[in-house]
Design a protein around this ligand. Sequence first.
Ligand SMILES: [Zn+2]
Ligand SMILES: [Zn+2]
Length: 220
Amino acid sequence: MVPVVQLFARDVPELPFPAGTDVLQVLWCPLIHNDEAGAALPKVYWRSEQTVAEGRVLSDPPAPYEHEEEFMPRPCTVTPTRAVEYPNRDLPGDLVQNLSQRFDEIEEAFGSSYYEMATTAQSKAGGYPGWLQQPDWPDCHCGRRMDHLLSITATEPVEGRWFPLDEKGPASPDASRGPMADHTVVDTIGHGMAMGDLGGVYLFVCPACPDMPYTHRYDC
Ligand SMILES: [Zn+2]
Ligand SMILES: [Zn+2]
């Protein structure tokens, strides 16, 4: 198993944490599995920061003896930015029809489409999965549709609205596109996993069930 992401409740208090826990850790087995998703196999742990801090930390963590390069994250940090996201493929078809004129007006006025401005495919906690294929929300065994917990995706924005300002490279020659990354910078951003053809692993939970069941989808 390799560590994929660790989030603290103090950074993302909107996420569900079981009582007594304040750290969310996602690990996965970095091989391609012969299950429905056909990708790395994630495992989610909710822990207490105090207990983790009191424990021993290995100075030389073991590396898996075999792994798929596309699911093997390189060490990196996250700097969460809070944003309001709107649905992409989860928008009902008739609503897309009704809003199409307003979408055109937005694109005319701001030079970016609704999808570029209001939805994002990058790694995120909360919001909507950045479905590349048709939405495939899992149901919990209690009958409830599960909530999107977080997504780990291969796509990192290198320009435009979602480009992290602290990674800003030289100014773009086309000012309307906003800041653009220096390519040597882009190559160093994030976990570096290709995840198939720039796909993503989406994790879902049911906070209504006491044992907080979770599952995942792989989209590519
Ligand atoms: Zn495995
Ligand atoms: Zn449930």
